[in-house]
Design a protein around this ligand. Structure first.
Ligand SMILES: [Zn+2]
Length: 192
C-alpha cells in the first residue's frame, strides 16, 4: 500500500485494536467513555484517564569485521514463532524504567549472549501489525568482541549467525519494515 495510505491504515488498525481491548475501567470495572477530541477514554465513575498507550520495542543491526580481505558481517536471527524462515534482527520490547539503549544491551545479551558497543540511533517506525500500538526504534551497533559467537536459547530463537554483508540470505524482512531499512543501510554504509 503506498503512502500516505499505509500510515493512515496503520493508525486506524492501532486505534481500533486499542478501543476493542480497552473497553472497561481497569480500576473500577465501569465502561469507559470516549474523551472528545483525543485518542483517549475516561471512566465515568472513578474518573480514570486512559490515553492510548504505545509499546516501545528496539531492534538492532549488529556488525563485526569479517575475515581479512572480506566484508563486515551482520548478525541475523531466526525466531521460533511467527515467520520462522525469516532471517531477522535481534529485537524486543522495552521494559518499564528502561532507556531504549539499555533495552538494546539487555535484549542482545538475553537473545544471543553478546556484548555490543558503538550503539547509534537509526530511526523509528510505528508498527501496527504485531500489537495495538508498537513503536519500533532501530539501532546499529558493533560486536564488542569480534570473535564471539552468538548463543541462542532454542526457545525464543532457533538460530543466530553471522553473514557477510556481501552474502546475505534471501529470506530478509519485507521492504516496508525498519528491519529491512536497517539491513540495507548497513550494507550501503559498508560499501563506502
Ligand atoms: Zn473507573
Amino acid at each position: 500500500m503506498p503512502e500516505p495510505h499505509a500510515t493512515l491504515a496503520g493508525r486506524a488498525l492501532a486505534v481500533l485494536t486499542w478501543r476493542r481491548t480497552h473497553r472497561w475501567c481497569g480500576a473500577c470495572r465501569a465502561e469507559l467513555t470516549d474523551q472528545p477530541g483525543e485518542t483517549a477514554r475516561r471512566c465515568p465513575d472513578c474518573g480514570l484517564y486512559v490515553p492510548m498507550q504505545l509499546s516501545a520495542a528496539v531492534l538492532v543491526a549488529i556488525t563485526r569485521p569479517g575475515p581479512t580481505g572480506h566484508a563486515d558481517e551482520l548478525l541475523l536471527v531466526r525466531h521460533a514463532t511467527g515467520p520462522t524462515g525469516l532471517w531477522a534482527l535481534v529485537a524486543g520490547f522495552v521494559e518499564a524504567g528502561e532507556t531504549l539503549e539499555a533495552a538494546v544491551h539487555r535484549e542482545v545479551g538475553e537473545e544471543v549472549g553478546l556484548p555490543v558497543n558503538r550503539l547509534a540511533y537509526f530511526g523509528s517506525q510505528p508498527w501496527a501489525i504485531s500489537g495495538p500500538g508498537v513503536l519500533l526504534a532501530g539501532f546499529t551497533a558493533r560486536a564488542a568482541d569480534p570473535r564471539a559467537e552468538p548463543v541462542v536459547d532454542g526457545r525464543e530463537l532457533t538460530s543466530a549467525r553471522w553473514f557477510g554483508l556481501d552474502a546475505l540470505p534471501a529470506q530478509l524482512p519485507p521492504a516496508y519494515s525498519i528491519s529491512r531499512w536497517l539491513i540495507d543501510a548497513t550494507v550501503t554504509a559498508a560499501r563506502r
